[in-house]
Design a protein around this ligand. Structure first.
Ligand code: DGL
Length: 284
């Protein structure tokens, strides 16, 4: 276990399998503009969605170990699959505050539904874990939850096909099943999916409210930092000084994507050998 002194000027660590977590980073940047962020995208090993719990837990531990070398004061698992498979175990292993995206997404959906019928789309890992159902039922037991895995969405997003006829066709194919269930709320239970929200919204129609867990995650993070008394003070730092990006592969492609999603000129992403972490550092 680590014994570090946490202070408010340290950065928030975040990670995802690739660019998906940028949808969460964007919201944290908006709600908490004084915070520094270290983001890691596991672009060499994306997608996480069809991998086993053991593998996701190992990847997550490696990444958290890496983030700890950057002296982060808190960690946001900006990935539903890793939140489903690794959050609980890792919470018990580290001394710094850590949150995921599933609980906040479930809470928003329960507050949103009027007819108590919620759809959840996500990776195979997230949907098969039934974790959204579990959190939703903890809040309100009579809600009907319909899950649907959409494994092709992540490669479409990573490829940048956010508004494309092929994407529309794929979205239709996956979501038809949910359209028959009379849901009024749909959780985008994978951090890549909000980047397809226009297409998803068009296919589902106006009667279905789309829930992006990012908003409530940023609210939860703010509450956590406040409670621990480590909320960053107002500062004049530039975006370049505040935000650092790391990836396990293809940094230039990542930078281009991050620029367009975050609407800022990020200073570039640095490639690191993520396989060097965990085994080497975990037991120290
Ligand atoms: N964006 C991640 C999630 O929220 C992972 C998607 C993937 O790599 O399959 O689940």
């Amino acid at each position: 276990m680590d014994n570090i002194n946490i202070s408010s000027d340290m950065p928030i660590g975040m990670f995802d399998s690739g660019v998906g977590g940028l949808s969460v980073a964007k919201e944290i940047m908006r709600q908490l503009p004084n915070e520094k962020i270290v983001y890691f995208g596991d672009t060499a090993r994306v997608p996480y969605g069809g991998k086993s719990k053991d593998t996701i837990l190992r990847y997550s531990r490696q990444i958290i170990r890496f983030l700890q070398t950057k002296n982060v004061k808190a960690i946001v698992i900006a990935c539903n699959t890793a939140s489903a498979f690794a959050l609980e175990e890792i919470k018990a292993e580290i001394d710094i505050p850590i949150i995921g995206v599933v609980k906040p997404g479930a809470k928003t959906a329960v507050e949103t539904t009027k007819n108590n019928k919620i759809g959840v789309i996500g990776t195979e890992g997230t949907i098969n874990s039934a974790i959204y159902e579990e959190f939703i039922h903890k809040l309100k037991s009579d809600i009907k939850v319909y899950g649907k895995a959409c494994p092709l969405f992540v490669p479409l997003v990573e490829e940048g096909w956010l508004d494309d006829d092929v994407t529309k066709e794929v979205v239709k194919r996956y979501l038809t099943e949910l359209m028959d269930k009379d849901i009024d709320t749909l959780i985008m239970g994978c951090t890549h999916y909000p980047m397809l929200k226009d297409v998803i919204g068009e296919v589902m129609g106006e009667g279905v409210k789309l829930v992006n867990p990012a908003y409530e995650t940023a609210v939860g993070l703010a509450e956590l930092l406040k409670k621990k008394n480590i909320l960053a003070d107002a500062n004049n730092m530039t975006n370049e000084e505040k935000y650092d990006f790391y990836v396990s592969d293809a940094p230039d492609k990542f930078k281009k994507f991050a620029d367009s999603i975050l609407s800022l000129n990020v200073k570039g992403a640095e490639k690191i050998d993520i396989e060097d972490y965990y085994e080497r550092f975990w037991t120290e």
